[in-house]
Design a binder for this molecule. Structure first.
Ligand code: CP
Ligand code: NVA
Length: 307
């Protein structure tokens, strides 16, 4: 069976801990000027249906650092998924030529179809349902700033979207409490809660509320993401109205633990979901978090190519 990285849910807590600790070791090696050319001679195809700064730059950079080449492909190059040719044909061509397929796509079901036909690893670089690379870079950042994560509380304020879904899984796998404060109508899918419960999550470690102030009580991490994800631009005006009262601002941050860390996956829309003051404050670890996209994914790619 080929190993992919489509969702955090697919990975055991043990394997995710192992990847976290190894990613920290590899980060240290690279910070100290070392190199690990384990992927020399390999090629990674990076196919993106949506724009990206952090994800693209981190994959291109880590490939270079591991000795691999990349091919960046947009729908204008190879065609939209399933339109110029069936996904199963595209994937079988990739199997014969490259060593890994990194995909940022609109539909999670397209990644599942790609993985079904793949004999090389497929990595989810964001889809409508999940953003697992982000979730694990977030865990790495929280761990570096807070130490052991077991029993710590992460509060996510805002839209129940792809980023929150991966965070919910990441928190569960690392023994954290995940609290989400969102307006009615913007919750994560019911099936996600069912899946988490089927793996042992309880009402104590997955908390859902409409009250941002109550949600940050005892929080070790406050996290937010845009209210308008890529592809939802037409709903922008309605969403901005519906999310009033859910902004992460200094008044809210001050209600959490004194040592609280504020995170955001970026890009951030300043003074909508989060204020400029919070982003630039000592509470913010947002740029460490962005950098950790590189460090976690470098270990993930090394691991996937060596399995
Ligand atoms: N956080 C994140 O995935 O950023 P990009 O969309 O810029 O890759
Ligand atoms: N939820 C956002 C995340 C961007 C990294 C989106 O999907 O656009």
């Amino acid at each position: 069976m080929v190993n992919h990285f489509l969702t955090i849910a697919d990975y055991s807590s043990e394997k995710l801990h192992e990847l976290l600790y190894q990613a920290i070791e590899l980060k240290k090696l690279y910070k100290d000027g070392g190199r690990d050319l384990c992927a020399a001679g390999k090629t990674i195809a990076i196919f993106f249906e949506k724009p990206s700064c952090r994800t693209r730059v981190s994959f291109e950079t880590l490939a270079n650092q591991l000795g691999a080449a990349t091919i960046y492909l947009k729908p204008e190059d190879v065609g939209s998924l399933g339109q110029r040719e069936p996904i199963k044909d595209l994937m079988r061509v990739m199997n014969g030529m490259v060593d890994m397929f990194v995909g940022r796509v609109f539909k999670h079901s397209d990644l599942v179809e790609l993985a079904k036909w793949a004999t090389i690893p497929v990595v989810n670089a964001l889809c409508d349902k999940y953003h697992p690379c982000q979730g694990m870079a977030d865990i790495m950042t929280a761990y570096e700033h807070l130490g052991d994560l077991k029993g710590k509380k992460l509060t996510y304020i805002g839209d129940g979207n792809n980023v929150s879904a991966s965070l919910a899984w990441a928190c569960f796998k690392f023994g954290m409490t995940f609290c989400v404060a969102r307006p009615d109508g913007y919750d994560m899918p019911a099936e996600l809660y069912q899946q988490l419960k089927s793996q042992g999550a309880t009402d104590e470690n997955i908390i859902v509320t409409t009250d941002p102030k109550a949600s940050v009580e005892n929080a070790d991490v406050i996290y937010t993401d845009t209210w308008v994800s890529m592809g939802q631009e037409e709903e922008k005006a309605k969403r901005i109205k519906d999310f009033q009262g859910y902004q992460v601002n200094m008044d809210l941050v001050k209600l959490a633990n004194d040592n609280v860390k504020v995170m955001h996956c970026l890009p951030a829309y300043r003074d909508l979901e989060i204020t400029d003051e919070v982003i630039e404050s000592p509470y913010s670890v947002i740029f460490d978090e962005a950098e950790n996209r590189l460090h976690f994914q470098r270990m993930l790619v090394k691991d996937l190519l060596q399995r």
